[in-house]
Design a binder for this molecule. Structure first.
Ligand SMILES: Cc1cc2nc3c(=O)[nH]c(=O)nc-3n(C[C@H](O)[C@H](O)[C@H](O)COP(=O)(O)OP(=O)(O)OC[C@H]3O[C@@H](n4cnc5c(N)ncnc54)[C@H](O)[C@@H]3O)c2cc1C
Length: 428
């Protein structure tokens, strides 16, 4: 490595060992040892990232000591201590449990599964936030799926979702009990609610996370999501505001198996809002199920077609295969953009995230934006005429060939034999 032109220095007495420099350093060149950060000059490139990140200005480049001292390190340290003291009032991982007519959205249980891991790593409590009317059962179920505690607001004004009373309910709970982390499902409701809450709390919100982990050094939530059109994965941290908020799409995380013997501690709160205070009235509610839309997210078997189908009629073949296997049709964005099928069928970054037991991809190249939506399927079968197609890298079974020859054969086998069982490797 070329010797850097400037040399990093540290005022050890001012270091609060917060670990931010270590977390930011792209070269693994600075480490907190005991109560001070130690620079590894063999690795340091003097890029300056740690200098910018240091909250007490104890890092500086040689020759710039005066500037570092001028920054009144004592005041800077007080400020940092103030931030640390403020943040330390926040404890616990919270999951917003989305429910409709007393039935929870499965994404809530998936988030409790992830929340359990995060809470165990942090050594803190996992709590569910349950708002609605007549939601005691939902709160109890939250315990079955991993919650230690459920904060419940049961009120007629919460019978159907409206932004204002739901946001007010969540804000009241957050301000009173101060969670460190709050996760919400990236559903239509969750996207609306999370933005309203984060704005009011002046905290950060990372939408559509695909990964959530605790940084062991700083205890911050590492929130990973695709960025720049899905070409890179960005890890985002909310360092100075609480709660750290993130949304996660359905089927990205895995729910724990429910344990009905698990008890949950219920904390009841009230909401002082009258119907007259709410400027929105719900006239009619039509669930997706009534609109004849496919339930892709929770389908067990998906037979997806891509541009390789060549024409919109190709989806008739995919529908025939789906019917023979007892599944539903899915699609790549290229086919949706071409107008061959509606967006309700699109799998991927800008479509649905799915986690079926069996995913058959016919004539789909396997672009990263498609893969992020389906790669957690238990079994992936890829059919493509190009042996180099990236979809084969994640396929459990790869068939190189013309889909118009392969798919009819699969349909025949599905109708006559036990293709499903063979592909799933079990009796189901
Ligand atoms: C911001 C952004 C978001 C996106 N979101 C999504 C998303 O949500 N979902 C998504 O799918 N894409 C998404 N895309 C688009 C993505 O990058 C790809 O362009 C798209 O997935 C390609 O679709 P495809 O695989 O059907 O088509 P292609 O990439 O054109 O692949 C067609 C495949 O069919 C094969 N083929 C051709 N003829 C046959 C045949 N007769 N038999 C067998 N195989 C054949 C070819 O070898 C080829 O591999 C997004 C892109 C961007 C920039």
């Amino acid at each position: 490595m070329r010797k850097p032109k400037r040399k990093l220095q540290i005022i050890a007495a001012n270091c609060i060992a917060c670990g931010r420099c270590e977390a930011e350093c792209p070269f693994d060149a600075i480490h907190v040892e005991g109560d001070v950060a130690v620079i590894d000059y063999d690795e340091c490139t003097a890029c300056g990232k740690c200098v910018k990140e240091c909250p007490t200005d104890c890092l500086f480049f040689e020759g710039e000591e005066a500037k570092a001292k001028e920054e009144k390190p004592a005041v800077a340290a007080d400020l940092a201590a103030d931030v640390v003291a403020r943040l330390s009032q926040y404890h616990g991982v919270w999951i917003f449990v989305e429910q409709s007519n007393g039935e929870a959205h499965p994404v809530s249980w998936e988030l409790l599964g992830k929340g359990r891991q995060l809470a165990d790593t942090l050594g803190c409590e996992l709590a569910a936030v349950v708002l609605g009317e007549g939601v005691n059962d939902v709160a109890r179920q939250a315990g079955h799926y991993g919650a230690d505690k459920a904060y419940v607001i049961d009120d007629p004004v919460l019978a159907k979702y409206r932004t204002y009373p739901y946001a007010e309910g969540c804000l009241k709970l957050v301000r009173e009990y101060r969670p460190e982390i709050m996760l919400i499902g990236a559903t239509t409701l969750g996207r609306d609610l999370s933005g309203a809450i984060a704005t009011d709390l002046h905290t950060g919100l990372t939408a559509d996370c695909t990964g959530l982990e605790i940084d062991e050094l700083t205890r911050l939530l590492r929130q990973t999501r695709p960025a720049f059109g899905g070409n890179i994965m960005a890890t985002i941290q909310c360092k100075e505001h609480r709660p750290q908020m993130a949304t996660v799409r359905p089927r990205v995380m895995e729910a724990l198996a429910p344990d009905e013997s698990r008890e949950v501690e219920i904390v009841r709160e009230t909401l002082e809002i009258n119907e007259q205070d709410i400027g929105v009235e719900i006239v009619e509610f039509r669930p997706d199920a009534d609109l004849d839309k496919p339930n892709l997210q929770y389908a067990e078997i998906i037979c997806a077609g891509g541009r390789g189908l060549g024409t919109p009629q190709g989806f008739k073949l995919m529908a025939e295969l789906a019917e023979a296997l007892g599944g539903v049709v899915g699609a790549s964005r290229a086919t949706v953009d071409a107008g061959w099928i509606s967006h309700d069928y699109q799998v991927g970054q800008t479509g649905y995230t799915v986690r079926p037991r069996l995913y058959i991809a016919a004539g789909i190249s396997g672009a990263i934006q498609h893969r992020v939506g389906m790669q957690t399927a238990d079994t992936i079968v890829a059919i493509n005429s190009d042996p180099e197609a990236p979809i084969f890298n994640i396929a459990d079974f790869g068939i190189v060939g013309d889909l118009y020859k392969v798919v009819p054969e699969l349909i025949k086998q599905a109708k006559e034999g036990n293709l499903k069982e063979k592909l799933l490797g079990d009796g189901g």
